[in-house]
Write a protein that binds this ligand. Structure first.
Ligand SMILES: Nc1nc2c(ncn2[C@@H]2O[C@H](COP(=O)(O)OP(=O)(O)OP(=O)(O)O)[C@@H](O)[C@H]2O)c(=O)[nH]1
Ligand SMILES: [Zn+2]
Length: 208
């Protein structure tokens, strides 16, 4: 006899995920960008720069507005109980100290309990929290806590490696530096062998 559950119980569960609404006042922002560029001594009367304030505002608005998505989970009917890890998820965010980009990759994994998550959703959660003025530490924790809250796995691990252009292109100008942050929850935090397995796995993906 099959141990499969009735069909109604194996349907995916979808929960809509949206970032808090960001109200961009484009008119005020464009006027301010015009003032900023003029105060920096940049001429705005060339064909290339005439629309730069509008483009600046559009660029920031895009980087601060996360697309909504369905967080789709499936019953773990195969009782899969090993790590699920998606590596090299692109990270593009804005450092809240300078409003300059930091870019890199995230490695996100979890140990399933009753549900598995649609794989793309690991990348979408990273994207959701990247589209805001951030610190890398906060971004790393928010991704881990989101998965813990909405998927309730046995454990979650998030490692982010990123280049902060505020410290590679300006200021201390330390090209080649990468900042590495991690957040581990549940058994990936408390169970030494699970923790070591996850960290070894993602360490193996780093360029040396
Ligand atoms: N902890 C943390 N610091 C960050 C992050 N992004 C940027 N920073 C740092 O924020 C700090 C701001 O320091 P300040 O001394 O106020 O700014 P600053 O004069 O521009 O500093 P320099 O970058 O050293 O020239 C800098 O050390 C940045 O490197 C981040 O994600 N996390
Ligand atoms: Zn910065």
């Amino acid at each position: 006899m099959s141990s499969r559950q009735p069909e109604a119980h194996v349907l995916p569960l979808r929960a809509r995920m949206s970032a808090p609404h960001v109200d961009v006042d484009r008119e005020t922002a464009e006027a301010a960008a015009t003032t900023l560029l003029a105060a920096l001594g940049l001429p705005l009367d060339s064909p290339h720069m005439r629309e730069t304030p509008r483009r600046m505002v559009a660029a920031y608005a895009e980087m601060l507005t996360a697309p909504s998505f369905d967080f789709t989970t499936f019953p773990n009917s195969e009782e899969y109980d090993e790590l699920v890890v998606v590596e090299d998820i692109p990270v593009r965010s804005l450092c809240e100290h300078h409003m300059l980009p930091f870019v890199g990759v995230a490695h996100v994994g979890y140990l399933p309990a009753d549900h598995v998550l649609g794989l793309s959703k690991l990348a979408r959660v990273v994207d959701l929290y990247s589209h805001r003025a951030q610190t890398q530490e906060r971004l790393t924790k928010q991704v881990a806590e989101h998965l813990q809250e909405h998927l309730t796995p046995r454990g979650v691990g998030v490692v982010i490696e990123a280049e902060h252009t505020c410290m590679t292109l300006r200021g201390v100008r330390a090209p080649g530096t990468r900042t590495v942050t991690s957040a581990l929850l549940g058994t990936l935090r408390t169970h030494p062998s699970s923790r070591a397995e996850f960290l070894d796995l993602v360490r193996g993906t780093r360029p040396r």
